[in-house]
Design a binder for this molecule. Structure first.
Ligand SMILES: Nc1nc2c(c(=O)[nH]1)N[C@H]1C(S)=C(S)[C@@H](COP(=O)(O)O)O[C@H]1N2
Ligand SMILES: [Mo]
Length: 508
């Protein structure tokens, strides 16, 4: 084959490739608050580059390091696109392998970003679909031309026209995505520029650390805080556009702007939030310093009628939950939080405002992107999770977890440090006990906790001899409640059972 007949195939690959980049870019702009998958790959390359090498590269090219890297990746991609096009001439399978390989790298890079979720994979999938669907369509005229030489010049013209139209359409899709996604992206900037003067960030209180290094840190950084939401694309709400309507069984309906809310004055506290779906030993739990406005004060301002028993909270994305009025109005300090660990709420944790209620699981209380409080009665409403078989009331159950040793660990014989976390928010933990190999329960030490609304670290030692061992843990609440060993599933109102780890002790 002469080179001139190969060229259109390479071109077909390149046009297809660019079209896939364009659709994936557009989806990333519209549905996520992230950059395109190509940028995620660039960031992964940076992370995988040995420090010294990266420093040399940066000192060589200075501020241009990232544009150059992204440029390099695009050049590499163009070469791969051309290759896919050339391969399509003789094989159906081979170009698919090229697309699949590129998409796999994209998915890995996207998932390795902090806080990445399912929606972040979507742009890559859409790009992959574009590639797989478009290449056969685009190369059909070329194929036809090669099998019918008398038609070749006409089919080439058709091909060039279609390729040209596709190229223009790809640019159009990318630009449209950019424009539609601009509002969403602007929220990232608004959040970055937001100043909340009253918000503080104290050091964790003294004594909360047990001293065991391997135990989960008492304070959970925002980036490590677990994420649970039903929204595929998280709401992007500008503080200036946010409103909270408090209505229903109240004397005076209130509609608050973000500034109205902040003007009420902030309350701040350490609160541990956890998910009802957390399995025994699981990590759907985190502890942060929250700043917000007391819900009780706002409800008092609205004047709650005597026969109401709950607030139906609704999020901008339509998710809802019903929260007992008692938990919102008693002295536990339920709040409409605007900051988490001293920073405006991260967008995926509910920016600009979410509810935080100590002592209740998130699914009945912790509405993110909250925009509506309807004071009402449990009997009159249905909420997202309770409609799906979860319990109406969601008080946190007492629980404890072993962080060291890890399951499957190999440790030295003798005295072994053990430690972990225990919690029963709004009641507090009185004691924690561990039992080795099904033996007697032994008390371990508790670190400090500033209030009853946070988890507490525990630590102790056990003496171990060579062989396989089992350690389990249970907590006792300040109300005398002893954590049950009876195993219950997370549905309908939270798991129970003792967290147990199996580990081995080496021979001396
Ligand atoms: N809008 C909205 N808020 C929500 C949810 C949701 O799906 N949508 N999930 C709830 C559940 S089940 C939990 S456990 C907490 C989790 O909060 P986090 O993602 O900030 O950790 O948010 C709650 N608030
Ligand atoms: Mo949850």
């Amino acid at each position: 084959m002469n080179p001139s007949s190969r060229l259109p195939w390479a071109l077909a690959g390149i046009v297809t490739g660019i079209a896939g980049l364009a659709t994936s870019y557009a989806v990333a702009m519209v549905l996520t608050i992230r950059e395109s998958p190509v940028v995620a790959v660039a960031e992964l390359v940076i992370r995988l580059t040995p420090g010294a090498l990266a420093e040399q590269a940066i000192s060589l090219v200075g501020q241009l390091d990232k544009p150059l890297l992204v440029g390099g990746i695009v050049l590499f991609l163009l070469a791969m696109f051309a290759l896919a096009g050339l391969l399509a001439r003789t094989s159906w399978l081979k170009p698919q392998l090229v697309w699949l390989g590129l998409a796999t790298v994209g998915v890995v890079a996207v998932l390795l970003q902090r806080g990445a979720g399912g929606v972040d994979v979507l742009p890559v999938l859409v790009g992959l679909l574009t590639w797989v669907a478009l290449l056969p369509a685009l190369t059909a005229p070329l194929r036809m031309g090669e099998s019918h030489p008398e038609l070749e010049s006409r089919e080439r013209r058709v091909f060039l026209m279609v390729a040209g139209v596709l190229g223009v359409a790809a640019v159009g899709v990318a630009v449209a995505g950019r424009v539609v996604g601009a509002g969403r992206r602007h929220v990232v900037e608004s959040r970055r520029l937001l100043r909340l003067d009253e918000v503080t960030l104290p050091e964790p209180p003294s004594g909360v650390a047990s001293g065991l290094a391997e135990v989960t840190s008492w304070q959970t950084p925002n980036d490590d805080f677990y994420l649970i939401h039903t929204a595929i694309s998280v709401p992007a709400i500008e503080p200036k556009d946010w409103r909270l309507r408090i209505h229903g069984m109240v004397d005076r309906e209130l509609v608050l702007t973000y500034d109205d809310l902040i003007a009420r004055g902030l309350t701040e506290s350490w609160v541990t939030l956890n998910c009802v779906s957390n399995e025994v030993g699981g990590d759907l739990i985190g502890n942060a310093w929250w700043s917000g406005v007391r819900v009780a004060d706002l409800l008092a301002e609205a004047g709650v009628r005597g026969d109401a028993d709950c607030v139906l909270q609704t999020s901008e994305d339509g998710w809802n939950c019903a929260t007992p009025l008692t938990a919102l109005t008693d002295d536990r300090g339920a709040m409409l939080a605007v900051a988490m660990n001293g920073r405006p709420l991260p967008i995926e944790h509910g920016f600009p405002v979410r509810t935080v209620v100590p002592g209740l699981y998130g699914y009945v209380s912790a509405t993110k992107w909250v925009v509506d409080y309807e004071v009402t009665r449990f009997g009159d409403v249905a909420a997202f999770w309770t409609e799906r078989g979860w319990s109406e009331l969601g008080p946190v159950k007492i629980a404890s977890r072993i962080d060291v040793p890890r399951s499957g660990a190999d440790v030295d014989p003798g005295t072994l440090d053990v430690g972990g976390m225990a919690w029963k928010q709004h009641t507090g933990i009185e004691a924690v006990e561990v039992a080795l190999d099904g033996g007697a329960w032994e008390r371990v030490s508790l670190a400090a906790a500033p209030t009853e609304d946070t988890w507490v670290q525990w630590s102790g030692t056990v003496d171990v001899t060579p062989g396989d061992h089992t350690l389990r843990v249970r907590a006792i609440g300040k109300d005398g409640d002893v954590q049950t060993g009876a195993i219950a599933d997370v549905v309908p109102d939270g798991a129970t059972g003792w967290h147990t780890v199996d580990f081995s002790v080496r021979d001396e």
